[in-house]
Design a protein around this ligand. Sequence first.
Ligand SMILES: [Zn+2]
Ligand SMILES: [Zn+2]
Length: 331
Amino acid sequence: MFSCSRLCVSWLATSFVGVFLFSGCAREKWYKGNTHTHTVLCGHADSTPEAVVEWYHSRDYNFLCLSEHNQFIDPKTVSMPENRRDDFILIPGEEITGGRMAHTTALNTRELVDPRLRQPPGASKSRVIQAHVHGAEAAHGRAILNHPNFHYMHTADDIRPAEGLHMFELYNGHPAVNNFGDADHISVEALWDQLLTDGMLIYGVSSDDAHHFQNLGSERSNPGRGWVMVKSKELTPDAITEAMYRGDFYATSGVMLSVVDVSEHSVSVEVDARETEKTLSSAYVVGHAVDEGRTGYTIKFIGERGTVLETVNGTTAAFSVKGHEGSFERK
Ligand SMILES: [Zn+2]
Ligand SMILES: [Zn+2]
């Protein structure tokens, strides 16, 4: 059980938002990775598995999952770069692509997820999501529910009942997934607040869902837009996946943190301004225009129903947990 809920760090008025939900974590090393990307094997992306691996390897990522639609890409079949770094791995997996627009990354699986679990006949949206979670687990992996606002298909009522689901995509770099909602639909961040307020222990993941590596453009699903920083004792598929399942990571679309200190009574965070400026100078990172804001960093601690508990303008902030901020239980 954890108290308090989440924090949000944004930069400038165009909000490159790094959002973080915490659990207790020991002093370990941070690893950068992307859990969701595509290759020519799906028929609508433009690069081979090897070219996709090269893109991430050459940009200092530490891990990557080639999450193809309903296809299991065994990392053993993918040629790694000749100059492969010791601190770069592939995590096996797939994107279970099923009925009711439910797409779920099955991370660190050993084989193809049972196709019968993609879209059980006549199943409701909740039951499809649950089938995906069970399918990922049966293949010895963990589930991340992807882009819930794709076609605005999944509401909190659809997601909340899923047992064993503790990760979902808070941010997805594909231009068609409606991360920020519209006049008639809530943002994924607001959806997250609903789930957390209801007591669901669910962590926010940020991913690329990249399909287009050849040409850059806001209408394309390019890589480098969203990633996770995972705190883990070692860089192996098991260690990274289980660290994420425990919540020992943060999701970002640009903001980088140098300190994340969580105890039962307090949360401390410090933005790594130099590293953040470096990542934001990348042509691949995209922002989201907001109507108001001011130059600099804003750190918000957010509680039940999206209530802002504390706001700090600057690169460091600490929050004292009072004990009435809300709590979660894993089910
Ligand atoms: Zn998808
Ligand atoms: Zn995808």
